[in-house]
Write a protein that binds this ligand. Structure first.
Ligand code: NDP
Length: 290
């Protein structure tokens, strides 16, 4: 069996087209969606993510504001910027690029963002709403995964879903979204005994570990749908310098029924869902105004 490839670039292009239409409708009504992005320090990976987010905004007709702070900035200065952006009615989304330098308490920074502008979906209130299945800004990566499953017509209700990873950004919200959608969910992590016992039961296997090619073919149930969230840069071997996921793609595609590639899978969908949340926030703001 050779797995169907779930193409994140193609789906992303399609969804971004819809987002651009919504942004144009809003702009015609005098509300151009606007995302403010805060970057602290000079982490090269963060700089790339921020650049991609800003350019994604531009292409979709979303205004973006970018605020760069030096690595040794006083945390109070960044908190004051967040407060000003919270109070600015022209700003619909606020994103603080993680990770932050040591002088910051990340949880405190995320809590400082207005719940109504928390387009990353990391504020504790949005997390709580998600866990209760109420309206919330959904965290972009797991939300993107749900969109991919939907677009690929993967039945989620009643499926055995196994997630490797329990981070606040990916693993835990992924578990909540799949639970809300009716899957039977198992969350595994570095302390899990006999990981392969769990992964081999999965109809839907989500890998969010951060270890290159960690998931091997023998860990996958034949016919499973494999979602690879990992983004790793290989440092050795013939592919040194290239990006790869947490799944051994070449071997896994002969066992799975469908699989996401890296690059070109979950990654592009993550930014797409950020743009979607920003437009949604602007739509909500317009409804409140009207
Ligand atoms: P974290 O490092 O926060 O979490 C990794 C998780 O993997 C932890 O829960 C950890 O367990 C678990 N883990 C580590 N080693 C093992 C192991 N040997 N067996 C089982 N579980 C293990 O990473 P993130 O969730 O932030 O990111 C995961 C990956 O996804 C990374 O490659 C990251 O780059 C990528 N990513 C991609 C995005 C995209 O847009 N596609 C967006 C965000 C992340 P424990 O909790 O016990 O330590």
């Amino acid at each position: 069996m050779t797995a169907r490839i779930i193409d994140g670039n193609a789906l992303s292009a399609h969804v971004r087209g819809e987002i651009a239409d919504r942004a144009a409708t809003l702009s015609a009504q005098g509300v151009q969606p606007c995302l403010a992005v805060i970057l602290v320090g000079d982490n090269p990976a963060s700089a790339v993510y921020v650049r991609n987010k800003v350019s994604g905004c531009e292409k979709a007709g979303i205004r973006s504001l970018r605020f760069d702070f030096p690595v040794d900035v006083d945390a109070a200065e960044v908190m004051a910027k967040i407060a000003a952006l919270n109070a600015d009615p022209a700003v619909h989304g606020i994103l603080v690029q993680l990770p932050l330098p040591r002088q910051f308490n990340e949880a405190e920074v995320l809590e400082a963002i207005s719940v109504d502008k928390d387009v990353d979906g990391f504020h504790a209130e949005n997390v709580g709403r998600l866990s209760q299945g109420r309206e919330a800004f959904l965290p972009c990566t797991p939300h993107g995964v749900m969109k991919m499953l939907e677009a690929a017509n993967v039945p989620v209700q009643g499926a055995e879903a196994v997630i490797i990873g329990r981070s606040n950004i990916v693993g835990k919200p992924m578990a909540m979204l799949l639970t809300n959608a009716g899957a039977t969910v198992t969350v595994t992590h570095s302390k899990t005994r006999d990981l392969a016992f769990h992964t081999r039961r999965a109809d839907i296997l989500v890998a969010a570990i951060g270890k290159p090619r960690f998931v091997t073919a023998d860990m996958i149930k034949p016919g499973a749908v494999v979602i690879d969230v990992g983004i790793n840069r290989l440092t050795e071997g013939p592919d040194a310098g290239k990006l790869c996921g947490d799944v051994d793609f070449e071997a896994a595609k002969d066992v799975a029924s469908a699989i996401t590639p890296v690059p070109g899978g979950v990654g592009p969908m993550t930014i797409t869902m950020l743009l979607a949340n920003t437009v949604e926030s602007a739509e909500r703001a317009l409804r409140r105004k009207g």
